[in-house]
Design a protein around this ligand. Structure first.
Ligand SMILES: *Cc1c(COP(=O)(O)O)cnc(C)c1O
Length: 384
């Protein structure tokens, strides 16, 4: 699949850099819109996956809302033109200035993760003479069957209000005048490829809703979060994830009242396949039992392999010579700075360009300057 990259143009650019396929992004957004549109679902893009202004602008132009987890992300979204009433703000540790920013801009909702946070939002809203719209993030205690670091919906995770505390938080709500309960929010984890986890989430949400009906409570919005996984092993086989099956699960299993609006917050599934990290081979080093391809990109540009033992497909896009085995590593002074062990690559030479695929989500945005390295640049298929 060397054909998908403009190699001649790449040769004129300083590596390492991120390359985004904006055509694929637009097709992905079209599909999400049409599949979610079938059921009238609302979609807020999870900004933490990738917050480049150009990416945010394309997503905003397609009518999506934004799911933010920091004041910085709210600012980035406002700058990209998202209307404040399409911004939701989640996160287990919101600072006062971040809450105040959300209040000043009248964002759509605060997804609140604890009783302590609810009290602070009430207090800050009162000081401004406002009433904050709040969705309670509930920890549904559903296993997402994914990597431990990206599982969020288990009892031991720091996220959300535990089921056993829900009653007391609802009681607290009744005593606070400057917060209004508009919804329930759930997010069980990321890179979920077993869709039955989402069915389990629906079952749990149905139970919670039943218990709330008993208190004569029907919230207006139910937010199922994000988490749909992508195929890291075959980035070209299914470049657009199966959003049809994904939304159909919720349509089939979630029991909703007619007045209730349904929301989703996909991040990875929208962005991951749209980006690759492009790097150059600095050296081929023969070890005692191994051969290393040493790249000019490291975990400073893409930390997922080091952080989550994540797999990314790696390709030599410069030539077609017979395949050999390499450990593909970066220049950073840490042994974890390794993109893949025993990777089959077309024979590698100094100067060859290497593409690390499926890096559009949680790639560039997690870059660091460790070892005083420069942050990577980004280029886009429609403007290169
Ligand atoms: C990270 C996150 C998302 C997006 O998750 P993806 O796996 O990228 O789809 C959605 N909602 C919340 C609250 C999140 O923290």
């Amino acid at each position: 699949m060397k054909g998908i990259f403009p190699i001649e143009k790449f040769k004129t650019l300083q590596t390492p850099f991120y390359y985004y396929n904006t055509d694929l992004l637009r097709s992905t957004l079209e599909l999400v819109k049409s599949e979610a549109g079938k059921y009238g679902y609302h979609v807020h893009y999870a900004v933490k996956a990738n917050a480049n202004q150009k990416i945010l602008t394309i997503i905003r132009e397609n009518g999506f809302g934004a799911d933010c987890v920091s004041g910085g992300e709210i600012k980035a979204c406002l700058e990209a033109g998202f209307p404040a009433n399409k911004i939701v703000f989640a996160g287990v540790g919101k600072a006062d200035w971040e809450i105040n920013l959300g209040l000043d801009r009248d964002i759509f909702s605060f997804n609140v993760e604890s009783a302590a946070e609810l009290a602070v939002i009430n207090e800050l809203a009162e000081a401004k003479g406002k009433v904050a719209s709040v969705a309670l993030r509930i920890n549904p205690e559903v296993d997402a069957n994914t990597h431990a670091y990206i599982t969020t919906g288990l009892k031991e995770n720091k996220f959300g209000i535990n089921l056993c505390q829900l009653e007391s938080v609802l009681d607290l709500f009744a005593t606070l005048k400057n917060v209004k309960l508009v919804g329930l929010h759930f997010h069980i984890g990321s890179q979920i490829t077993d869709l039955s986890s989402f069915q389990s989430l629906c079952t749990r949400v149905n139970e919670i809703q039943e218990s709330m009906y008993k208190r004569q409570m029907i919230v207006e919005h139910i937010n199922f979060g994000g988490g749909l996984g992508i195929d890291y092993h075959n980035p070209d086989r299914q470049a657009i994830p199966d959003f049809q099956a994904y939304f159909a699960i919720f349509n089939k299993h979630a029991k909703l009242r007619p007045s209730q609006q349904v929301h989703f917050e996909p991040g990875r599934s929208i962005m991951a396949q749209c980006g690759s990290l492009i790097s150059q081979v600095l050296y081929v080093k023969e070890g005692s039992s191994k051969r290393f391809a040493i790249l000019d990109a490291g975990f400073t540009e893409l930390i997922r392999p080091a952080l989550y033992q994540a797999y990314h497909q790696i390709e030599n896009i410069s030539n077609d010579e017979a395949v050999e085995m390499y450990d593909v590593v970066g220049p950073v002074c840490e042994s974890s700075d390794c993109f893949g062990k025993e990777v089959e690559l077309n024979k590698v030479h100094r100067g060859d360009l290497i593409a690390i695929r499926s890096a559009g989500a949680y790639g560039e945005i997690m870059a660091s300057q460790y070892n005083c390295r420069q942050l990577p640049k980004a280029y886009y298929s429609d403007t290169l």
